[in-house]
Design a protein around this ligand. Sequence first.
Ligand code: GUN
Length: 294
Amino acid sequence: MTLIDGKAISEQIKQEIAAEVAEIVARGGKRPHLAAILVGHDGGSETYVASKVKACEVCGFKSTLIRFENDVTEAELLAKVQELNEDDDVDGFIVQLPLPDHISAQKVIEAIDYRKDVDGFHPINVGRMGIGLPCYVSATPNGILELLRRYKIETQGKKCVVLGRSNIVGKPMAILMMQKKYPGDATVTVCHSHSQNLEQECREADIIIVAMGKPNFLKADMVKEGAVVIDVGTTRVPDATRKSGFKLTGDVKFDEVAPKCSYITPVPGGVGPMTIVSLMKNTLLAGTKAIYKD
Ligand code: GUN
């Protein structure tokens, strides 16, 4: 069994990005600039955005954090999005999700200029990804592809089961795993809360990507010997023994599943750090106008 070290790979990639940024700046080019909008004080969102800002520093990017309280109106938020769309210094920006119930996340996402949509959530980027055109690919699925690539995990012709169908992870992941290239070329099955044959599908899978948000969902008896298991879960489960008061828990019952796997990602230190680094890669693409020229 090989433990996939997302933390180490992510550190390596950040150094690669930093070297590229140093070169760009030395040539007189512009330092990439990422802006992030954070609404409210959700614990997870606070942590993710802080990690993104920190990663920008390591990569040599400029970053701007824009905060709003929970009672911000949709109009105020849309006005800020418009301002960032028009700010030539900002290469890319994100609006951290989830948003409060009184704000339509979809409306906000669609207000973002797709050329600055480094999260890859805008319908233009999602659509282009679906038909294999250059675009910003959403960070978590892209980070998982990078792990498969760096560990040289075979995917062609393999049976890949994706658990979960969210717009951010499950759906794009399934599309990417069936794309006609490496990593991809897999036979993909998507299972979700209403699937009747989920356990059987998992038992037949060569690669299982779990993004359900259900702690310890995937058990040993659902996994074939030698399978590759990628755990996207990051639920905060209360744990009185920790200073933070919680334990970050994946969707895989790691202790019993790991011994059966050829490769498995831990939580934390697997997919999480790769998600952040994928956003950094998209920001570099935005800074260099590598995908959309103007
Ligand atoms: N919430 C959970 N994951 C993400 C992400 O990748 N981007 C944004 N903006 N919000 C998120």
